[in-house]
Design a protein around this ligand. Structure first.
Ligand code: ADP
Ligand code: MG
Length: 691
């Protein structure tokens, strides 16, 4: 191999790495010199994080740097273990390993300088069992020299190949010093205006900062880069939609006016504002690509109906796709109620229809006799063909993949798209994940809506709660009892609900108790929901299948078991299932395993009824990974950026990206930037994005 590696040199050719270690690095996605320079440390050891043994006490989570004084294997009555005593000049601490003794024995020796981290216990003196540890070079002393030492994420594969913090530091240090030629994909102007350090400086200092100030600068630059490229990607996608032509749907319609005039309520000003945004979009000859967010019960449906009728009045068809059959049915009923007044035709297309029925519906969609189709995934089947699809609504859009959305819009000629969600997405998250869409928010509830009274209870108070539910049922109202998804298997989720169902049947002897869960056949689910809607079931026990949009105005009590296991956003969604009618409604959160955090989280539910505030709290407490766990899985993963805390950086990165797209949409004048985008973000790009 040539003497001087460059950024693209594969690691196996680097001296001191070799094929075996290169193979292990590859499992962590590290293939080239560039990749390893971008393998950022996870923690740093420095004066502010390292403690003196003298100052630590039992139960501390401590990081200590010291020298191994003695070490060796020991045999207790029960088992073999390995012990080492570490000194830092202020005291001694014992390190203990019960597992992997053979490995530890080979990797630790008397005289080694080590940084260790772990929970401190007391057993004949201070000790840490199975500490995280890192061997340091003999002169590495964060406390006295002020040096900052990087610690890397180390997978089992890396450790097995004997790649540890120290070896990674050596490899990266050598490479970082060797790389001479280094061009920055951000030009001078951006660097100056945004007050960034150079890429080369950032990559040096993320690994080997001389001061915390330098490290901060490096982190800022690398965070900026991640947000910037994502915003660039989103901006380019947004622009590529703008280049598509479509049917403008601009004619005003007496049908829309009639529906509005005959509504039994007045639209909230938020609904009016959003409707105007949608109408303005529809009137353009580029397709709308808009995300409508609105808390449960904020009245998205009527907005959708008015938009769909506008489309129909302009001579095109509309399709509304919902994630579940129950929800599709409900939409169908809501639409039908309005559409019948103005002679707009509407059909329901779901999975379990009779072949003959399905055939005739498909025929009417194809020949244009049906104006609006409402359905589930059944809408995106091959054989569903439209005469002229011009407007598409995707409800609870996060339940569908981007591809499925595309499968529906492909059935028309660049139809206008309205995606909807009742999960409020905090703003920074929305412009990150949905930066390619325009955003509309219904941030106001219809007037006279009474907030649901929310109470956290422990199991001792359940008796009273059941008594209260009994009274509600006696008064003609209905209750729901929800059991959480249990982590291990889906089966235990079901069994928790089934067991609850059996015991509640005994508790509520005189009442009709029903059970619904995700594994039931569609027909059975629908029939249970029907019975519930007709108040033939008084108390409905359920797994989380009822989470999405069903509307039973007569339900007044929502009891959620093991509430501490749910995310706040999910609790809020569930709570939205009651309080839809005129009766005073209640949400009872049963806290089974009480911890300090569960207390704190559930109290938020008692105090706050605004979904956006709850979502923000949820995001802060659980982080974006958990927040989106089931919903947006597989989406973009950050290396160093953080959606929760990087708000100001995100806004700057977005502004910079948008300015570039405006002045140089094909990135012709930013070739290095373009190269970087194509290289690192290929999987998120499609053919239309840069052209
Ligand atoms: P979501 O946004 O959760 O889909 P819906 O559209 O189902 O909410 O609306 C919830 C209920 O509120 C429906 O019964 C609907 O008729 C009613 N509603 C919608 N808008 C208003 C309004 N402006 N004033 C009063 N009630 C309204
Ligand atoms: Mg809805």
């Amino acid at each position: 191999m040539s003497a001087q590696p460059d950024l693209n040199t594969p690691l196996q050719y680097i001296k001191g790495i070799g094929p075996k270690r290169a193979g292990a690095l590859a499992t962590a996605g590290i293939l080239t010199v560039n990749d390893i320079l971008h393998y950022y440390p996870r923690h740093y050891l420095d004066r502010s994080t390292v403690k003196s043994i003298r100052d630590i006490k039992k139960n501390d989570e401590a990081t200590i740097v010291g020298t191994i004084e003695v070490c060796g294997e020991r045999q207790t009555r029960k088992r073999k273990l390995y012990q080492a005593v570490l000194s830092d000049g202020t005291g001694l601490i014992t390190l203990v390993w019960f597992n992997g003794v053979k490995y530890i024995k080979n990797s630790i020796q008397k005289g080694d300088r080590m940084a260790i981290h772990g929970k401190v216990e007391f057993y004949n003196g201070l000790q840490i069992i199975h500490p995280d540890y890192d061997k340091l070079d003999t002169d590495a002393d964060p406390i006295n020299t002020g040096i900052i030492i990087p610690l890397y994420p180390l997978s089992a594969e890396l450790k097995n190949a004997r790649i540890e913090h120290r070896s990674l530091r050596r490899i990266i240090k050598t490479l970082a010093d060797q790389i001479q030629f280094f061009t920055d994909y951000l030009n001078e102007e951006i660097i100056t205006v945004e007050n960034l350090c150079s890429l080369k400086y950032a990559l040096h200092n993320i690994h080997f900062p001389e001061s915390l100030e330098d490290l901060k600068e490096a982190i800022h630059r690398l965070k900026f880069d991640e947000h910037f490229f994502l915003q660039l990607l989103m901006g380019l996608r947004h622009r590529s939609y703008q280049k598509l032509g479509t049917n403008p749907l601009s004619k005003s319609s007496p049908k829309v006016k009639k529906i509005l005039d005959e509504l039994e309520f007045e639209l909230t000003s938020a609904q009016k504002k959003v409707l105007k945004e949608i109408w303005d979009d529809l009137a353009k000859s580029v397709p709308m690509n808009r995300l409508l967010q609105g808390d449960v019960g904020s009245g998205k449906t009527i907005v959708t109906i008015l938009a769909a009728v506008t489309a129909v009045a302009n001579g095109v068809q509309a399709a509304v796709m919902a994630p579940t059959e129950i929800l599709a049915h409900q939409h169908y009923d809501s639409f039908k109620q309005q559409l019948d007044k103005v002679h707009v035709t509407c059909a329901l297309l779901v999975g379990n229809q009779k072949a003959s029925e399905r055939k005739s519906i498909l025929e009417s969609i194809k020949n244009g006799n049906i104006d609006i189709v409402i359905g589930t995934h059944a809408l995106i089947q091959e054989d569903v063909k439209f005469s002229k699809l011009g407007f598409v609504v995707v409800d609870e859009q996060h339940r569908f993949g981007v591809l499925q959305r595309g499968d529906l819009t492909k059935k028309g000629n660049n139809p206008h798209l309205l995606a909807m969600t009742a999960t409020p997405i905090p703003r920074t998250m929305a412009i990150t994940y949905h930066g390619d869409m325009d955003l509309s928010i219904i941030d106001e509830m219809p007037k006279n809506r009474r907030p649901v009274i929310t109470k956290v209870v422990d199991e001792n108070r359940l008796g009273n709660v059941y008594k209260f539910m009994e009274e509600e049922v006696e008064a003609g109202r209905q209750c729901m009892v929800v059991y959480p998804l249990v982590e291990e298997t889906e089966k235990s989720d079901l069994s928790a609900a089934s067991e609850g169902y059996e015991s509640l049947q005994k508790t509520f002897k005189g009442q009709n108790v029903g059970l619904i869960h995700g594994r039931m056949k569609k027909e059975d689910k629908d029939s249970i929901m029907d019975d519930y809607a007709k108040n033939e079931i008084n108390i409905l026990v359920s797994t989380t299948v009822i989470e999405v949009g069903i509307d039973i105005p007569n339900a007044s009590v929502m009891l959620i078991e093991h509430a501490e296991r749910f995310g706040l956003t999910q609790l809020h969604q569930l709570r939205g299932r009651v309080g839809r009618g005129s009766a005073k409604s209640y949400c009872i959160l049963v806290e089974r395993k009480i911890t300090h955090t569960s207390r704190k989280r559930l109290r938020i539910m008692e105090k706050i009824s605004n979904g956006f505030i709850i979502a923000d709290e949820d995001l802060k407490m659980r982080g974006p990974g958990k927040f989106f766990s089931t919903e947006q899985s597989g989406f973009f993963k950050y290396k160093i950026a953080d959606m929760v805390t990087d708000g100001p950086i995100i806004r700057k990165a977005r502004k910079t990206a948008q300015e570039i797209i405006k002045s140089d949409p094909k990135l012709d004048r930013h070739p290095l930037m373009k190269e970087q985008l194509l290289k690192d973000y290929a999987q998120y790009l499609d053919t239309v994005t840069i052209s």
